[in-house]
Design a protein around this ligand. Sequence first.
Ligand SMILES: Nc1ncnc2c1ncn2[C@@H]1O[C@H](COP(=O)(O)OP(=O)(O)OP(=O)(O)O)[C@@H](O)[C@H]1O
Length: 583
Amino acid sequence: MKHIFTYIKPYGLRMLFGFLIKVLGTFMDLGLPWVLAYIIDEVIPLKEIKYILLWGVLMLLLSIGAREFNITANRMASRVAGDTVKRLRHDLFQKIEQLSGAQVDYFSIPSLVSRMTSDTYNIHQMVGMMQRLGVRAPIILVGGMILTFTLEPVLTLVLVGILPLLAITVYVVSKKGIPLYSKSQASADKMIRIVRENVNGIRVIKALSKSDHEKQRFQNSNEEVVSNELKAGATMAVINPIMNLLLNGGLTLVVIIGAYRVNSGASEVGKIVAFLSYFTMILNAMLMITRIFVTISKANASANRIFEVLYMEEDLKVCEGLAGEKGSDNHISFHNVTFSYPQRKEEEVEKDESTNVENIDFQIKEGESLGIIGATGSGKTTLLNLLLRFYDIEEGEIYIGGKNVKSYTLKELRQKFGVVFQNDMIFADTIAGNIDFNRNLTKERIREAAEDAQAAEFIEQLEPDIEKDSYEYAAAVKGANLSGGQKQRLLIARALATNPEILILDDSSSALDYKTDAYLRTALRTHYQNTTTIMIAQRISSIMNMDHILVMEEGKMIGYGKHEELLRDCPVYDEIYQSQMGD
Ligand SMILES: Nc1ncnc2c1ncn2[C@@H]1O[C@H](COP(=O)(O)OP(=O)(O)OP(=O)(O)O)[C@@H](O)[C@H]1O
């Protein structure tokens, strides 16, 4: 929690000023019943209307002042809370952007999203509440007790008797209720996950007629949420009625004892009336303090989750002084690379000892092309993840241009690449904007890239709003208004647009028809001669003319060479070829 204070510190002066205003407002609130008592007991008996009016005006000024000061202080508190959390969210977002693939896997994406959203919201609530109630409630509690004691020491005993009862009730109920809220939050998270899966996978669910199954799954989860919320709500619901019982019981006692004391001349009516007000104010302050504790305990858990990410040590450090690849003019080299994905945070199972890729060893020269083929899950994408240094390898070395990938800064390294991953993102932007991707490319370059990617033809047929160029056509979120093949071509154009040193296409021509696929390969050969290309493909026809072909199976390379060599030496490759030639 102490880390939060480093975020609050820059607003220290503003907060101090807000606290002072709040203190003034609270003192005015506290003064009101006292002035009322004074008017009833001392001023009214004088039967002088001007004094009554004078004190009445003072009361009015006090209540207006209290209102204004409290409103100003609350507004300042909201601003400080908003600014604090804005900085926190900004830093968290930046940190998440910098996390390595292994670290993202460790936390998991949904958990990072909830740290960015609900956890920062809890901190916002706490920072706001600490300023709004953190000053007011203790002042009312302590100040109120002192005032009631000076007004009516005997009646204060009623208050002293009731306060611990209230504190114990709130403590016992909250201790039971708060864990129930956490449970209900966990079941709500599960329900949200099901909703997300269903929204994302709505087509496949319909296509496979799994709607009923999914409805049932949602229904069960929904019922679990309702039942957990009911339990938590029913437990916490006890607090208010008990509080009311104690409050009303206490007030009745005060009135009865007060009446006796007034009758016997030991007290005055005004003091009893003021005491009744203080009694309500003090019990409410007590409740506020318990609410503050609940908010702090929630925010504490959230702060731990946020700072766990913020203080995560960078794991893809630049390693200076690493030896380069000796005596070679290779552009990309894998030397006996072995790697397995790290364990996820929420995975309690023992880590599977098997590796995801093992002993991968190949070299390609500048401008050459490498095709990778293999069954699903055989480790093809993993090789690209390692080349781009999303993860660090356990054994072996990877070199680009003779330098170990670990000795490049991540920016230097990634600038070498143009990449299209499987299911890559199309953003809700224009076609040109999606190709440019904030890299300030010229219009001509964007068009050339679109032509090479075989995208120009479909782009020119798009119809944007009147009098706009077709490159200004607005793509919908995730490219929902484009076909699968159109999306792939657009993504390839984005990858080609910077004339990259290395082009990576991960299964990104699967939705292209054979003719377009062939044109794309010709364009790559003719216009990107110096670009080293790595292409993962399911179709042998996409990679059969490449300089090298790598065949993967269960994380191992089971074939490497040219098409003819593999047909001869690699039975799996031959089998894939035979099965596809029959298409
Ligand atoms: N982020 C990850 N965390 C843990 N395991 C992973 C991760 N990504 C992939 N794997 C596992 O690593 C293995 C290789 O996956 P990879 O994505 O490289 O396969 P692939 O050959 O590209 O498959 P496909 O053709 O289906 O894309 C699989 O067993 C997969 O379950």
